[in-house]
Design a protein around this ligand. Structure first.
Ligand code: GLN
Length: 507
């Protein structure tokens, strides 16, 4: 047993589930071992940890393992991005306005991954993960509870908004985590931290209990080290939730592990020329190109395609997402949840002071932009135009999918940037979302797969070489083609070992 104990944190979800089922280790031993790693909260990745809650869940898992009523992932640890509401842990969405908030219920995805007594997969929760406030950001620098650092280089950002999730998985603090992706927040931090993450088709996994940012874009999904682990979690997460989420699709859950190991001989991989233009850093391009060559060796065919409105996805997204956010965030008024200003003269003054104190700068910026683009006189010029172009972006993908099965390119134009590098320049962060936004606007499934390493600071002709920093390859599929994406990623991971590497010095 002791041999296993020292290596538990290096095991994948699949390996841990197997060891638990075979009774080589108990859920309590696994939980205890991971909890020990969380001491001092490395990378500031967690916002709430409660060992009593975790150990109680682990004991319940052990009882189910003993009784033969175990779920598929019984006893395997997981942690949730802090936008998923949880009964047993505090939920803040990274915002001061929700300091100390406890939800009376669990989000559907938390339930589905959790206690198998309620039909879930049986995973044990280690707590809640740091994120950008209300999932608004690309670097996890907008959390009211401090920045998260990148385990590959602690002077760098982990990406965002699911930065805590990505850093925790990369630092082996948890074998898998949930994330949410509105415009790239699963894919981009996965890319920056060298892990695997998938955002399913919009509507495939329930949004119930996921604190809303931009409801027509928000989608939860798993982040883990390998595509196989993501397939295991995603299989538990998907499925209709029609009574509780009005945009949930009536598409049955699927076992995404069943199609892993399928041949990719003849798979047509579309390469959008707009994803390989001027702004793409040379080191990212090199890593992505070499992953594409691996695919060719596995029998896939690269097909040049065009997604002509790629650039427009930035203004379109940064109109639609703030518009929806300005409406969604109106519920945080000091009456129903969380923080309320201490001194105020009347109701309106209370609203104003509560929101002024409770929201951070980026959230305020989005609310103001959103209210502006929705206001009388500007609605047609901005919001309506953006909706029209959003439709065209979705159509561009459907045209592209006539010629290819899967689309591949970089997740982000660069590797993880330095903490504070974009401080005071929010637009620099927005521009870096260029390759993830199109699939979000179209509602398509997308994933990030470790594809190699770029050199720290190397851009174009600059040659400053430092610590290796992960590069993610993005795979985008047509609606409901998650299994195809996961299979392609799994095949790549059988041929490469980037997803197995770990940050230097990690114990
Ligand atoms: N960076 C994007 C934004 O700030 C995407 C965030 C997300 O996907 N939650 O809105």
């Amino acid at each position: 047993m002791s041999r296993t104990m020292t290596t538990l944190h290096n095991m994948t979800v699949a390996e841990l589930a197997q060891a638990l089922r075979a009774k080589q280790v108990s859920a309590v031993e696994v939980a205890t071992s991971f909890l020990a790693r969380l001491g001092g909260n490395p990378h500031n990745a967690f916002l709430d940890i409660d060992s009593e809650v975790t150990l109680a869940q682990a004991q319940a898992s052990d009882a189910r393992l003993a009784a033969g009523t175990a779920g598929r992932l019984e006893g395997v640890p997981v942690a949730h991005k802090d936008v998923f509401v949880t009964r047993d842990f505090v939920t803040t969405a990274g915002s001061k306005i929700l300091t100390g908030y406890r939800s009376p219920f669990d989000a559907t995805l938390v339930q589905k991954l959790g206690a198998s007594a309620s039909g879930g997969a049986g995973m044990v929760s280690l707590g809640k993960l740091n994120c950008d406030e209300f999932a608004m950001g690309s670097a996890n620098e907008n959390s009211a509870f401090g920045k998260v650092t990148n385990p590959w280089d602690t002077a760098r950002v982990p990406g965002g908004s699911s930065g805590g999730s990505a850093a925790a998985v990369a630092a082996r603090l948890v074998p898998a985590a949930t994330g949410t992706d509105t415009g790239g927040s699963i894919r981009q931090p996965a890319s920056f931290c060298g892990i695997t993450g998938i955002k399913p088709t919009y509507g495939r996994a329930s949004r119930y209990g996921m604190i809303a940012y931009a409801s027509s874009l928000d989608q939860g999904g798993p982040m883990a080290r390998s595509a196989e682990d993501c397939a295991l979690l995603l299989s538990a997460m998907c499925g209709p939730d029609l009574d509780r989420d009005s945009t949930s699709l009536d598409v049955p859950a699927e076992d995404f592990t069943a199609s892993l190991n399928g041949s990719i001989e003849g798979l047509r991989i579309g390469i959008p020329k707009e994803f390989f233009g001027e702004g793409l850093h040379a080191d990212v391009r090199a890593a992505v190109d070499s992953a594409l060559r691996e695919f060719e060796k596995l029998g896939a065919k690269l097909v040049p395609i065009s997604l002509p409105r790629t650039e427009l996805s930035i203004p379109v997204y940064y109109i639609i997402a703030p518009a929806e956010a300005s409406s969604n965030l109106s519920r945080f008024d000091g009456v129903k949840f969380g923080h309320r200003a201490k001194d105020y003269t009347d109701l309106v003054d209370m609203y104003k002071k509560t929101r002024a104190e409770g929201f951070g700068n980026e959230v305020k910026r989005r609310i103001m932009t959103g209210a502006y683009v929705l206001s009388h006189g500007y609605y047609d010029a901005y919001y309506l135009q953006a909706q029209k172009i959003r439709r065209m972006i979705a159509d561009d993908f459907q045209n592209a999918f006539k010629e290819c099965d899967v689309i591949a390119g970089p997740v982000a134009p660069s590797v993880a940037w330095k903490l504070g590098e974009n401080a005071g320049d929010p637009v620099a962060d927005y521009l870096a979302d260029i390759f993830t936004l199109p699939a979000s606007l179209a509602g398509l499934p997308g994933m990030s797969v470790p594809a190699g390493f770029g050199a720290n600071g190397m851009q174009g002709s600059e040659t400053e070489i430092g610590k290796p920093l992960p590069v993610g390859l993005q795979l985008i599929g047509n609606y409901f083609k998650e299994a195809q994406l996961l299979n392609a990623a799994h095949r790549l991971q059988q041929a490469t070992d980037f997803h197995l590497r770990q940050p230097e010095g990690l114990q």
